[in-house]
Design a protein around this ligand. Structure first.
Ligand code: SF4
Length: 387
């Protein structure tokens, strides 16, 4: 990436910069290089991205071009582990790549269908990338290098159909599903900056609405990317049937249920696409998934919206709902999204909510807003850029 650096240019489409939560300002870097999108798209038709075909199909493509199929394996693995083709051939043990390997591969394949278009970096090391897709769409992904295990949060759809009222990603609905290789390429590009040992599918999109591609991507990661499903946190708003479909894949991912309310009526206001989802039924499906995958706890995500779902009564009702379940509650103090009619909870109110849960014996934490303002809420970078 070789972009220009500017400070807080978030005034595109008439949006004003969001109030910072303190600390040094984020730096946003835009990359304006690269071919026009028509040419970019056309290149992919003749030369698919290296992670686009299956491993077997890519080996055949290499063989047809007179290249040893093992180089297909080597290059796919290297890409998935963060290798940048601009740095020359990847290091290979006990073998010397042909001198013209990269040139010959470039004739039959494209290194990546994604291009990093903008990066917003926070002083705590977290960075949010805006990736352009081959058809001109854009998705976000976040690298969290300072976490206990270096992590990445990826998108699974362009936009989201779930329309959660507090979320920037749901503002324009869903535009399309990502292909498996587009999920993988987000990780491959983030790994160029540092290791990623844990994956969070909590960016834009509802993973269960694109489960076939998500499962295909997770299998490739398990087999070729040194990242097994036990190190994947898959977020879902439900419904319960969608959670059961995740369990049926047999992949032992950890679930993160986006609950946000302790009762059906309030949840229906916040997640209007699921007016009938009963919180207890959603949690029953999560308990069943936990049992099927070794009994590990799952997460319950609860975005605290000031004056909406952060009252003591909500905390008490949530405690009752979670009694005896293998749930860990992740409270997230809402970050302002321009144009959305919510307020952040006051710090004392958020602390009291957390204390109520813990007094009731519920495992819970108030999530540190890592990367604020860069990672404030899903969809914000995309929403604030003319993409
Ligand atoms: S919070 Fe998640 S599920 Fe809801 S609209 Fe946003 S991306 Fe979709």
């Amino acid at each position: 990436m070789g972009g220009t650096s500017v400070e807080n240019p978030l005034t595109v489409r008439g949006l004003r910069p969001r109030a910072s939560s303190g600390g040094a300002p984020e730096t946003v870097r835009y990359d304006r290089r690269g071919p026009p999108f028509a040419a970019y798209h056309a290149a992919l038709v003749d030369r698919p991205a290296l992670l686009q075909p299956s491993r077997a199909e890519l080996r055949e493509r290499f063989a047809a071009a007179g290249l040893a199929p093992r180089w297909a394996d080597v290059l796919r693995r290297a890409l998935l582990h963060g290798w940048d083709p601009a740095s020359g051939p990847p290091p290979v043990r006990r073998a010397q790549p042909p001198r013209d390997l990269l040139e010959r591969v470039a004739e039959i394949a494209t290194w990546s269908s994604l291009r990093e278009h903008a990066v917003a970096a926070s002083p705590d090391g977290v960075s949010k990338s805006l990736f352009r897709l081959h058809d001109g769409e854009a998705v976000e992904a976040v690298a969290l290098p300072g976490a206990r295990r270096p992590s990445a949060c990826l998108s699974t759809q362009v936009g989201c159909a779930m329309a959660c009222r507090f979320c920037a990603s749901g503002l324009d609905g869903v535009r399309r599903n990502l292909a498996a290789h587009e999920v993988l390429e987000q990780l491959a590009l983030l790994r160029r900056r540092g290791p990623v040992q844990r994956l969070v599918l909590m960016g834009a999109g509802e993973p269960t609405r694109n489960l076939r591609a998500v499962v295909a991507a997770l299998r490739v990661l398990r087999d070729e990317g040194s990242l097994g499903p036990r190190h994947v946190l898959l977020s879902s708003v439900g419904p319960a049937a969608a959670i059961r479909r995740v369990t049926a894949t047999g992949l032992p991912v950890t679930l993160a249920l986006s609950l946000h309310a302790p009762d059906r009526a309030l949840r229906a206001e916040l997640v209007p696409t699921q007016p009938d989802a009963e919180p207890a039924e959603l949690l029953d499906a999560c308990d069943a998934h936990s049992t099927a995958t070794g009994g590990r706890p799952y997460q319950v995500e609860y975005v605290l919206l000031g004056g909406v779902n952060d009252a003591p009564a909500h905390a008490a009702a949530l405690s009752d709902l979670l009694h005896g379940r293998r749930a860990h509650v992740s409270l997230i103090a809402w970050n302002a999204v321009p144009g959305l009619p919510f307020a952040a909870p006051s710090p004392p109110r958020a602390a009291a909510f957390l204390a109520t849960l813990r007094r009731a014996g519920v495992s819970a934490a108030l999530r540190r807003t890592l990367g604020a303002p860069a990672t404030a809420a899903c969809g914000q970078l995309r929403a604030s850029r003319a993409v």
